[in-house]
Write a protein that binds this ligand. Structure first.
Ligand code: FES
Length: 161
């Protein structure tokens, strides 16, 4: 079975879970994104076919929400908070250091597929600003000096250490 068939089967399974309910399109896209860390074109095509929703509509929803990505995302998504409180406490400097350390710009993914870097609005924990979130983990009171250690920690996870 090739990768495309496997992906089609997986997406069909997700659509089936929602009983093909057209109003569940966002939830279906979210499940697909959770599975592949982005929304592959083949997956969108399968959703279009299985749910009988125009491809333009599927794309419209897929591109409307910032949480969705049409390009592959890293295994670790680094979100640097640049909300007001984090901003005044150096959030942009943190973002800049992550970008320089990983040699990518905000919104991009490293060539090895390990890291993506994004900036986000207030993460709701201003009392421990400046804050960086990596996947589901909040790193409080982050400093530029700590960034190499944080990156090493996640790089080690790639090898299961
Ligand atoms: S501004 Fe960063 S957590 Fe609120």
């Amino acid at each position: 079975m090739n990768t495309e068939n496997t992906m089609q089967d997986k997406v069909k399974e997700i659509v089936k879970k929602y009983k093909g309910d057209k109003s569940a399109l966002v939830a279906i896209l979210q499940d697909v994104q959770d599975e592949y860390r982005y929304l592959p074109k083949e997956a969108l095509l399968t959703i279009h076919e299985q749910m009988d929703i125009p491809m333009a509509r599927v794309y419209e929803v897929a591109t409307f929400y910032d949480a969705f990505s049409l390009t592959p995302r890293g295994r670790f998504i680094i979100e640097v908070c640049t909300g007001t409180t984090c901003h005044v406490q150096g959030g942009m400097n943190l973002l800049d250091t992550f970008e320089r350390s990983l040699r990518i710009n905000c919104g991009e993914t490293t060539e090895d597929g390990l890291f993506s870097v994004d900036r986000v609005g207030c993460l709701g924990c201003c009392s421990i600003a400046p804050v960086v979130r990596v996947n589901d983990t909040i790193h409080p009171q982050m400093t530029q000096d700590e960034i190499p250690r944080v990156l090493r920690t996640y790089m080690a996870k790639r090898y299961g250490r």
